[in-house]
Design a protein around this ligand. Structure first.
Ligand SMILES: [Zn+2]
Length: 341
């Protein structure tokens, strides 16, 4: 689906969120007011209203992945907090609180699976935060990281935490009641909220329930910030030479470095490149002729593709040097052996 990046100010007046201080305002030549969307409850709810008539039309869930905008006073930390950022946001609409809760629990588990796939599973904790209009808490997915902007108190017994914002009212773990809470820094890589019927009431989105009565659906929203998550992965997976991408999110499987300019060598590298592609490997090849060998190797470390493959005359005509970015030692192997691993 496609949802607009910009929306009329009237939608935000409807929910009384037009005075949020992070809103970027845009005025047209004729004086109409618009907003660069920081989130899109105000766009999705009236959109869904066109399609919902009965409980049979529920539940419904929509998602999108596009840029969002927040007028941060202090944009900082590169892509961890920018005024424009990528966000995956999803919204669900339900006939009952029980149905919303069941879906919310599935999303919680799914988000953990996503963060595990991204290599952040061990460091990411479900964090109780204040806010949310309906339930006592909203939930953040906080990745423990020294440069994180949030202070969280992580339970020493189970895998949840409490955001500092609410620690005043919550002195024990909200999940297991343990008083053993450890202070850590976290980056908020995702969040999920139960919104009740705040937005469906504001836009008068109703459905006819099983008893024939008009009701406002309850709503949940679910966000992951891919650009911020990418920055967090790099913060947690790098060394002094550059990035060490986990395989699951690396932009390429292998980075082939050609050390030399001889035609025979370049032809051989090209042949290897195509053979690897034929095996489904996504390979980037560095055969630049205007930089030194040292610079090519440094570039490979900086970009952090998981496997580096060196093609060089000194290795012999059948061999390549293979090095895992996460390990120190390289191996010299015959290309055919490597290809058939
Ligand atoms: Zn606990």
């Amino acid at each position: 689906m496609c949802v607009y990046l910009i929306s009329p100010i009237e939608l935000w007046q409807t929910t009384k969120r037009d005075d949020m201080n992070v809103l970027f305002h845009v005025d047209s030549r004729s004086g109409q007011g618009f907003v660069l969307n920081p989130t899109t409850e105000e766009v999705i709810t009236p959109l869904v209203k066109q399609y919902i008539k009965s409980y049979r039309d529920l539940p419904v869930s929509l998602y999108q992945m596009n840029n969002k905008f927040r007028d941060e006073l202090r944009a900082k930390s590169g892509i961890l907090r920018g005024r424009e950022f990528m966000m995956k946001d999803a919204y669900s609409f339900h006939e009952s609180q029980e149905d919303l809760q069941a879906y919310y629990d599935i999303v919680t588990e799914t988000y953990f699976r996503i963060f595990r796939t991204l290599g952040l599973g061990d460091q990411t904790v479900l964090t109780f935060a204040s806010g949310g209009d309906f339930s006592k808490y909203s939930h953040e997915f906080q990745t423990v990281c020294p440069i994180g902007e949030d202070t969280i108190y992580r339970c020493g017994k189970c895998n949840v935490a409490v955001n500092k914002e609410i620690i005043g009212e919550q002195q024990t773990c909200p999940s297991c009641d343990s008083p053993e809470l450890i202070e850590q820094r976290g980056v908020e890589v995702g969040n999920i909220f139960q919104l009740g019927n705040r937005f469906t009431t504001a836009f008068d989105l109703t459905f006819r329930d099983r008893d024939g009565r008009e009701q406002h659906p309850v709503m949940g929203c679910y966000g992951i910030g891919p650009s911020r998550t990418m920055g967090t992965i790099v913060e947690l997976s790098h060394d002094e030479r550059g990035i060490k991408w986990p395989k699951s999110v690396a932009p390429f499987d292998a980075h082939m470095v050609v050390l030399g300019k001889e035609k025979e060598l370049l032809d051989r590298a090209d042949d290897y490149y195509h053979q690897l592609q034929g095996k489904g490997q996504d390979v980037v090849i560095d055969d630049r002729d205007n930089v030194s060998n040292g610079e090519k190797l440094a570039t490979a470390d900086l970009l952090g593709v998981p496997t580096r493959i060196v093609v060089s005359k000194r290795l012999g005509s059948q061999n390549v040097e293979v090095k895992d970015r996460h390990e120190e030692n390289a191996q010299i192997v015959s290309f055919n052996d490597y290809l058939n691993r």
